[in-house]
Design a protein. Structure first.
Length: 365
């Protein structure tokens, strides 16, 4: 069944809560995990972030779409979120970089939208009860049928396999040779490494340690990505095999995988961290950075082996682990996005720290 943009749509939650709104974007019924982001800007980067694979994104900022979509702010070419929920959808867009409206963009990418929703009430619901399954359907389907279909839908668990590249590809540079393991990478990570003249080789998520070592890289970047990190045992094994041999920098999902590879555990958060305003404290200096974040899992503090890993950063609001460094090997990771697209640029220096780590490793060998 296809939806009709001229008709009402329903947003139905797994607990039976229902909201009615107006349709925009693609005309497809969708089911996904509903989450919220507190970002006040950067909706294009948010929608195209592959860490939102399979999810329906609720924007807490009241108006979305007022500056349209442009060619510069993509975090992926083929976004894989299921839908977006907004209070007000701006039908007219104005910006000097404007390529198309948000409505046109969503239609082209097959992403369903619903507007006119009380996103404050919806966000409170998610905060109180956690993320859950949800669907956006044509109102003519009715609640009973929509709810039955929603209950019967099983969400996939192979999100990384859906978004990772299937074949290696290069992004040439003249500096350090960096292998980028694509778990659902944001283009902004590539941009920051390219700004520093790195010679990049992007590899699939299930690349073996032997294939990585054969390339003799100066460093390995473990990127962000969607889903549960424990569903990637091959990546965890790969990290164990390469750490100590090559400097490693992990971001978001890469951070969680790095922790798992060193004996720590992860857990699913109630509603996660998604937004541009998450304060993170560096333990050694007390310095506070405001950071961009997008994750639903975190590293369990009491599972960290202090002989292997040093906790370097914590989130101020809830105390979750935001940074780790290996005590013996040149390897570190952060839960947040230092590439900051969108978001504050407080932590962009971590890419320079990664380059310094690679240079120091070269001098030692």
């Amino acid at each position: 069944m296809r939806l009709k943009n001229s008709r009402k749509r329903l947003l139905v939650l797994e607990d039976g809560t229902t909201f009615e709104g107006e349709g925009f974007g693609a005309d497809l019924p969708v089911v996904g995990e509903i989450v919220f982001t507190t970002s006040m800007t950067g909706y294009q980067e948010t929608i195209t972030d592959q860490s939102f694979n399979g999810q329906i994104i609720t924007f807490t900022y009241p108006m979305v779409g007022n500056y349209g979509v442009n060619r510069d702010d993509y975090e992926s070419i083929a976004p894989s979120c299921k839908g977006i929920v907004v209070k007000e959808h701006a039908r007219l867009a104005s910006n000097w970089r404007l390529q198309m409206t948000l409505d046109d963009f969503l239609k082209r990418k097959g992403i369903t939208g619903i507007s006119g929703i009380d996103t404050r009430a919806l966000t409170r619901k998610i905060r109180q009860h956690g993320t859950m399954k949800a669907s956006i359907v044509d109102a003519s389907l009715g609640f009973d049928k929509a709810y039955t279909n929603l209950q019967a839908t099983v969400l996939p668990t192979n999100q990384v396999a859906q978004v990772s590249t299937t074949k290696p590809y290069p992004s040439p540079g003249t500096g350090q040779n960096v292998v980028v393991i694509d778990f659902g990478l944001k283009h902004s990570i590539m941009r920051e490494l390219s700004k520093r003249n790195c010679n990049l080789t992007v590899l699939p998520y299930n690349t073996t340690a032997e294939d990585i070592l054969d390339l003799a890289p100066d460093g390995v970047m473990l990127t962000n990505g969607p889903g549960n990190p424990t569903s990637l045992p091959e990546a965890i094994y790969m990290i164990r095999k390469i750490q100590g041999k090559i400097p490693i920098f992990g971001i978001c999902l890469g951070h969680q995988l790095f922790a798992l590879a060193n004996g720590a555990e992860t857990y699913k958060m109630s509603f996660g961290h998604r937004g541009l305003n998450h304060p993170v404290r560096e333990i050694a200096t007390g310095k506070i950075d405001f950071t961009s974040q997008n994750h639903g899992y975190a590293v369990a503090k009491n599972s960290i082996d202090p002989e292997k890993l040093l906790i370097t950063h914590v989130e101020i609001n809830d105390g979750t682990i935001e940074g780790l460094r290996h005590r013996r090997y040149p390897a570190f990771s952060v839960q947040y996005h230092p590439d900051a697209a969108p978001g504050p640029h407080d932590a962009v220096h971590l890419f320079d720290d990664f380059l310094d780590m690679m240079a120091a490793r070269k001098e030692q060998h």
